[in-house]
Ligand binder design. Structure first.
Ligand SMILES: Nc1ncnc2c1ncn2[C@@H]1O[C@H](COP(=O)(O)OP(=O)(O)OP(=O)(O)O)[C@@H](O)[C@H]1O
Ligand SMILES: Nc1ncnc2c1ncn2[C@@H]1O[C@H](COP(=O)(O)OP(=O)(O)OP(=O)(O)O)[C@@H](O)[C@H]1O
Ligand SMILES: [Mg+2]
Ligand SMILES: [Mg+2]
Lengths: 257, 257
């Protein structure tokens, strides 16, 4: 039975997509069977995995508005044994509007994944930069939440709001939802600012800060255009090593934080 | 009569907010009367200008759902003569849902600003990381669009989609909307990757690339927590100089691209 992680943070550009892809590849390389779920209409994860979102005939959108079976939409990721994706396209923006008027709208993704979760060891859900109905679906479908945190002021100011949203989901839709931990992304340890934000997040919100932080490196920015992750693009780099170390912790303990 | 710029890019974390704040401060410092409009429920611009969004009694949300006059919500920014803000709060997330079901929903912001635009020389609208109804309102209210572009793969892949949205707004809501230009943000000129993306965007989309690029610098990340812009936090830095040079171009020619 799969362990399901939602990777969420409503702030833009804090490496949610990069984290989902990198952890997914690391887990698959170490033998897990992994399904990545792209919940973002901008389909950056889908693109980063080597697909052209504009050319896909079916996507998560079709699953969510009940036209297509999830099995018919999931695709293997080329070159990585054991890694699969439930891809997104821009149509997902329409799903967000459609879902708003539906009863039980928070559970649509959870129900869609019920039938396939058993085929995998781990599911990782990439959420868009908002706390709207798509992210709520991701949180409702998950066992626990991973919070990528770019250690800068505008990023950590959103953590409180995210935790309130998680609390709402726990109350109304998914009582077993827990926070697995915070991942410090694009970390520049030389700046006092980054170190301060990192300490503050764990002390102020009582969240577990996973180790190690993922170092800032231009190698990350180059990878998506090649349709590859950092682990394939620069396997020996500190960034790749950091994500491998983090991935190893995800299965080392139960998802309950 | 004010010139109105929408600062838009649906990709997260590409320095939309930083660009609105920095250009706004630069213009005010050189004598313009400037109104910054925070169109993002996450209220990062409002926070970066020194306000506590959770403590504000009224915001753009109240204006958009017709409860409050815009004049009663606009506030001066402390310490910067000639700079004002129409602030956001998390309630704006509710406005997005509310607006979806309203006729003429794209024009709500434009109508709200009609009465006050004449009091300012420039308006800068900070859009959220999405192409939803709030951003559509920003594009409909504007004379022209500034596109902050972080020169990385996942950022420039969204430009085509943004241009299509601008074209839709031109067709259905605002026929005079033009693209003023692209601003290269957080630019690391040492990487071949960044230089490539920058060239590609102008050649592939025929967009004007404004000069200079804004250099990547940790001084930017420190500023928001102090409620200040780069121009106050590090006035002599290359980042501050770049935004001053860009600001000077905004009024040097008509907004029509
Ligand atoms: N450790 C790192 N060092 C340098 N750049 C990084 C790192 N991690 C991610 N990036 C780059 O930062 C940018 C933002 O990352 P990403 O798209 O994963 O963030 P996101 O939170 O998913 O954004 P959005 O909110 O738009 O979904 C991308 O160009 C990515 O390649
Ligand atoms: N030139 C720069 N160098 C280094 N850091 C920068 C630079 N410009 C902005 N930043 C930092 O990058 C982060 C993202 O910037 P910002 O919040 O302005 O982006 P945004 O596009 O408005 O994000 P969102 O999509 O969430 O609204 C912030 O922490 C900001 O301080
Ligand atoms: Mg993403
Ligand atoms: Mg912003």
């Amino acid at each position: 039975m799969a362990v399901i992680f939602a990777v969420a943070n409503q702030k833009g550009g804090v490496a949610k997509t990069t984290t989902v892809q990198s952890l997914g590849v690391a887990l698959a390389e170490s033998g897990s069977r992994v399904l990545l779920v792209d919940l973002d209409p901008q389909a950056c994860l889908t693109y980063s995995l080597g697909f052209d979102p504009d050319a896909l005939e079916s996507s998560l959108h079709d699953v969510l508005i009940r036209r297509t079976k999830v099995d018919d939409v999931i695709r293997p990721v080329a070159g990585i044994e054991g890694l699969f994706v439930l891809p997104a396209t821009i149509d997902l923006a329409g799903a967000e509007v459609h879902l708003l008027s539906r009863t039980g709208r928070e559970h649509v993704l959870a129900r869609a994944l019920e039938g396939v979760a058993g085929d995998y060891d781990v599911l990782l859900i990439d959420c868009p930069p908002s706390l709207g109905v798509l992210t709520i679906n991701g949180l409702t479908a998950a066992d626990s939440v991973l919070i990528p945190l770019q250690c800068e002021a505008l990023s950590h100011r959103g953590v409180g709001q995210l935790l309130e949203t998680i609390e709402d989901v726990r109350t109304f839709a998914n009582e077993d939802l827990s926070v697995f931990g915070v991942i410090a992304t694009m970390y520049d340890g030389r700046t006092r600012h980054a170190r301060m934000v990192r300490e503050e997040v764990s002390s102020r919100y009582g969240l577990r800060l996973l180790e190690p932080p993922v170092p800032k490196s231009v190698r990350f920015a180059e990878a998506p255009e090649l349709g590859r992750s950092i682990l394939q693009h620069a396997p020996g780099s500190p960034g790749a090593a950091a994500y491998r170390a983090l991935a190893a912790q995800l299965l080392a303990e139960p998802a309950a934080g």
